[in-house]
Design a protein around this ligand. Structure first.
Ligand code: 0X9
Ligand code: ZN
Length: 768
């Protein structure tokens, strides 16, 4: 990561030095004293109307009725909400103190500290982007798409490998249509920084940059962003004077595709004011013309905060777009990439149903008018800090967002690989195994037939051998991995050439991060679908409600979300699972959830004796009302419950899902194993529901090699078989030892001349 002045020294830090934060940090004029942000549980149209009447600023909400709505309220509005009988959680009690804390963090961030450790002004971001391009002239150029209403540059940086862009497809993304969403310029600048740092050192980034161009515009709405620093931290819109004393058009309601429909306001004072006409706003015109002037744009991401969402068209209608299947597959892959980075759960789906109807948004125009695969992200968090995300989350948010962006960019490579089924992590020892992959023509290129191949090696070092893949039809291919001894690791990756001369691997980093499978014998040590009673026990401490029980679950809802599951994990043929008290039909979630606790569900004993490793797999459900998140702990014991080791802390799962966890290396497999699941809502301040189903515990071991009979003395020094083994056998025979019964005969005399012949034959055959 670039230091603020190390590189900018070239540009700005030399001579009179760039302005220090203190100079640019006159406190914003507008204060939020006495204000808070609350999450209201809205269940009826009337409640929604009351809620919206009691705020000027909706921070986030899911689909209208039956969901939580986050709003900013004054002290009086908050009291009125309570008086109106609305249920709400307080997300941010004292907004001004959060704004102050953020300002303090910025002021204290050392001028030469890591750049992404704090938030930056528009001028600082521009200087940083200019510095990146100056330091990487072969890879990056800065441009200005046009000027904002108040004549500020709407700048961008183009990044691609040397010799580009040629006709490489481009992925275009920007932050900050909304001024107050400060994490978005930070995360987009972080992506530019990581791309340039990764070229030539990170094989995945190198391949992507050699085949795709990245066009990054950190600040779509520079006038609004500047205003959020100088005057109003929580300013959202642009700075258009609407007349009548109200300022600002919501840029993300002004795009000229289905402009003026649902989810946009005609009120110039509203935070979602759509403007007088589609594309009335200068910033929207500039970016529209920029997109039109760049026909290579193939992918687009409009980055916002907050709510942790990855979304695709449409926003103006609930109808599904023609590319819905592709969108959902990419949404899911990006959400997975985010999760794999720091475990953050981002929900995904079409905008209209995932967040709310909104017409005149960027995504709808970019996809609807230009046929570009368009997405929108809502970055961290889920409401704890909202727009005032602490600066120490810039880097992790930047990393997870960057990994999602790389995942989208892979879609535009000349060849596309995918997995028709999960690859094995364990294969049977001593026999060849097969792996399947799907290979499709990529973006404006096709697979050069016959170049589909598999690279593999035994172990984790040394060269890879190559074999061709066998086409199975329909883009499916099969490759064969060699037989390998138990305990050995096989590493492998796929590769093919395109008709445009590119070689693409899967994973994209190829040999640098291959897939891996271990040859080992697997046995099921314990399995329970919770349909019958296999002897789990429940223990409760300080619990006033919600003990674990095995049941056919009855679903309950809380604030529009499913609290208790309605079905077990595998609805058919099974019906049962463990839940933390069962709901009653039509009953309130809070009447059957965990109160106090913990309630602890402990498995029967099972044995992993002799295993070298094991995995503990189960389906799990956790619902915990936002604002006061509770979790479920999964633990394992190898001494019948005397001591426990934590396997995972499970937070909101958003439904059922399967978790597969390795037995930690610190826990020796024994014959006295148990697992347990604990849930508490202590202090009891929220709706908390957990469920467990379908436990499968697999043991992995390499069976000991059968002893070599002729090596009677068990010597290991070469030659292993020698005259001492004859002496040894004769002694056993003379002593009448059962081990001298080489031929295994059972008719007396059990030891006879045939055993000598048998031993001689074994000796002649040698030991492996
Ligand atoms: O309302 C918005 O514009 C976005 N949410 S935010 O809280 N960041 O303001 C959601 C945008 C959904 N996307 C489109 N409507 N295109
Ligand atoms: Zn936004």
């Amino acid at each position: 990561m670039m230091r603020r002045c190390a590189l900018l020294g070239l540009v700005l830090c030399a001579g009179s030095a760039m302005p220090s934060h203190a100079q640019v940090l006159a406190p914003p004029v507008v204060r939020y004293d006495g204000q808070s942000v609350v999450r209201v549980d809205v269940r009826t149209v009337k409640e929604l109307q009351t809620t919206l009447a009691l705020t000027d600023d909706v921070w986030s909400h899911r689909v209208g009725i039956g969901g939580p709505v986050d709003i900013r309220v004054t002290r009086a509005q908050r009291e009125a909400l309570a008086a109106a009988g609305l249920r709400f959680d307080v997300l941010i009690d004292d907004l001004q103190s959060r704004v102050d804390a953020e300002r303090e963090q910025i002021r204290n961030a050392a001028a030469d500290g890591p750049w992404f450790d704090t938030y930056h002004t528009l001028a600082e971001i521009r200087a940083y982007i200019d510095g990146l391009a100056a330091a990487n002239p072969a890879l990056a150029t800065v441009g200005v798409a046009g000027l904002s209403l108040q004549n500020r540059d709407i700048f961008h940086i183009r990044i691609t490998g040397p010799g580009g862009p040629g006709n490489r497809p481009a992925v275009f993304f920007h932050g900050c249509q909304h001024a107050r969403e400060w994490i978005t310029p930070a995360a987009t600048t972080f992506a530019a920084d990581r791309l340039l740092a990764g070229y030539g050192t990170d094989p995945r980034i190198t391949t992507l940059m050699n085949n795709v161009e990245f066009v990054i515009m950190p600040v779509f709405n520079p006038d609004g962003y500047e205003w959020s620093w100088t005057n109003e931290r929580l300013w959202r819109k642009n700075r258009r004077d609407n007349g009548g004393g109200c300022t600002g058009v919501d840029n993300n309601r002004n795009w000229g595709f289905q402009w003026g429909g649902e989810g946009a306001s005609t009120d110039p004072c509203s935070e979602t004011y759509r403007g007088p006409s589609g594309f009335s706003e200068v910033e929207n015109q500039v970016v529209r013309d920029f997109v039109i002037a760049n026909p290579r744009f193939a992918g687009y991401i409009d980055i916002h905060s907050y709510s942790q969402l990855i979304m695709s068209p449409w926003a103006y209608t609930s109808a599904l777009p023609p590319n819905h299947a592709v969108f959902q597959q990419l949404n899911a892959a990006m959400a997975q990439a985010v999760f794999n980075t720091h475990g953050k759960v981002y929900t995904f789906g079409p905008i209209y149903t995932t967040i709310y109807p909104a017409s005149g948004g960027g995504v709808d125009w970019v996809y609807g008018a230009r046929d570009i695969l368009a997405f929108t992200f809502e970055l961290r968090d889920t409401g704890q800090f909202g727009f005032l995300l602490p600066a120490d989350q810039i880097v992790p948010t930047g990393q997870e967002t960057f990994n999602a962006i790389l995942t989208l960019a892979e879609h535009f490579l000349p060849i596309r690989f995918s997995l028709p089924m999960p690859l094995p992590t364990y294969v049977a020892p001593q026999v060849a195994s097969t792996v399947q992959v799907r290979i499709d023509n990529g973006y404006s290129a096709s697979v050069a037939s016959g170049t589909e191949r598999l690279f593999f090696r035994q172990g984790t070092s040394g060269g890879f051998a190559q074999t061709s893949l066998t086409p199975l039809g329909g883009g499916l291919y099969e490759g064969t991995l060699p037989a390998t001894a138990c305990g050995n690791v096989l590493q492998f990756y796929f590769q093919a050439d395109s008709n445009t001369g590119a070689t693409i691997a899967f994973p994209v980093a190829g040999a640098a991060s291959p897939f891996q499978a271990t040859a080992i014998t697997s046995t099921v040590a314990f399995q329970d679908d919770m349909e019958t009673n296999l002897g789990w026990t429940v223990a409760n401490t300080a619990l006033t409600g919600g003990a674990w029980i095995r049941a056919d679950p009855v679903g309950t809802t809380n604030a529009g979300a499913q609290a208790n599951p309605e079905n077990d994990y595998t609805p058919a043929p099974g019906v049962n699972c463990y839940v933390t008290a069962n709901g009653t039909v039509g009953g309130a979630a809070g009447a059957a959830d965990v109160d106090g606790g913990p309630t602890v569900l402990t498995s029967p004993q099972f044995s992993l004796a002799g295993a070298s490793s094991a995995t503990i797999q189960f389906a799990r459900w956790l619902y915990s009302a936002n604002g006061s998140p509770d979790s479920m702990t999964a633990q394992v014991s190898n001494n019948d419950g005397a001591t426990w080791t934590t396997l995972a802390t499970i937070t909101n799962t958003g439904g059922w899902g399967v978790m597969s966890l390795p037995l930690p290396g610190s826990v020796t497999p024994t014959s006295l194993m148990r697992i347990r699941f604990s849930v508490a809502d202590n202090p009891n301040d929220s709706v908390t529901e957990a469920a467990i189903d379908d436990v499968v515990i697999s043991a992995f071991a390499c069976p000991a090699a059968p002893p070599c009979y002729a090596n009677c003395d068990g010597s290991t020094a070469a030659p292993v078989l020698n005259v001492n083994d004859f002496t040894c056998f004769l002694n056993l025979f003379a002593a009448g030892a059962s081990s001298a019964n080489c031929d295994g005969s059972t008719t007396p005399p059990v030891l006879n001349v045939n055993d000598f012949t048998c031993f001689l034959n074994a000796f002649a055959a040698g030991c492996p």
